[in-house]
Design a protein around this ligand. Sequence first.
Ligand SMILES: NC(=O)c1ccc[n+]([C@@H]2O[C@H](COP(=O)([O-])OP(=O)(O)OC[C@H]3O[C@@H](n4cnc5c(N)ncnc54)[C@H](OP(=O)(O)O)[C@@H]3O)[C@@H](O)[C@H]2O)c1
Length: 279
Amino acid sequence: MSTADRQIGFIGGGNMGQAIIRGLIQAGHPPQLLSVADPDSACQDELRNLHAGLYISPDNLAVAEKADVLVLAVKPQMMRTVAEETAASERPADQLIVSIAAGTTIGSLLAWFGSEVPVVRAMPNQPALIGAGLSVLTPSASVTEPQRELADYIASSIGTAVWLDNESLMDAATAVSGSGPAYFYLLMELIENSALDFGFSKDVASRLTVGTALGAARIADTVGSDLADLRRQVTSPGGSTAAALKVLEDAEIRDIFRRALEAARDRSAELGESGSSND
Ligand SMILES: NC(=O)c1ccc[n+]([C@@H]2O[C@H](COP(=O)([O-])OP(=O)(O)OC[C@H]3O[C@@H](n4cnc5c(N)ncnc54)[C@H](OP(=O)(O)O)[C@@H]3O)[C@@H](O)[C@H]2O)c1
């Protein structure tokens, strides 16, 4: 059976559940093989609007009992309840569990589902909501290669998938790609504020800022390679860019960013240990 023939079930059809379902439909997954459980009637209406062929139910077990892969897309604080409820149901023997809950560790998932259950912990980031996400994934020991491909197929429907073989780097990944969009939004906000101070209208300030960020991200993605080299290419000695970068270097921006990401990584670890959300 190929990945495209798999029954994919979702527990939780909110923002992220809908984004993945939308991504899978766009990727060509048959909607008839997608099912989703959510108690919220407004949410069920949104799901119906995504595609009439989806199986939508308020009953978690009705979805859990027929899924080859079960995506847990509820808030972290609901994870234990949902996991223990579904773990006790009549699920397919080799069902793969994929959790996207921030901060919920593989150890917790195995404690709730059973130590032999194949589990993938996935951490998408916010741009996944428009199919431009970056998901970091890590498998439990019993995940087979076809199950890994299935999880990769699901994560790839909302952007790029990056695998970590060791969950211990998940907190660092949270600091980089999970929290990452916020760092770029802050930078864009500050640049846009300066553009407004210079006298540009809000519309022009926004277009100059976001258009530049988009272009820089695209050239970094296309050329790949060395970000420092790309920076040097727009920094003539004694020029305007060099004047700006000198102010940032004098303010020790490198040290500030290093400390900021370390703070995010350490906080992610603390929240994971306490079983709280990582958002
Ligand atoms: N949004 C992001 O950018 C993002 C990024 C990375 C990871 N995540 C993770 O993705 C998960 C979902 O986030 P989200 O933003 O999609 O949240 P959300 O929009 O609140 O969606 C969660 C859905 O689950 C439903 N639900 C609550 N209890 C349930 C239960 N017992 N059984 C079945 N469904 C239940 C909720 O219904 P009610 O509204 O009625 O409670 C809601 O519709 C979270 O664990 C979060 O950490 C999200």
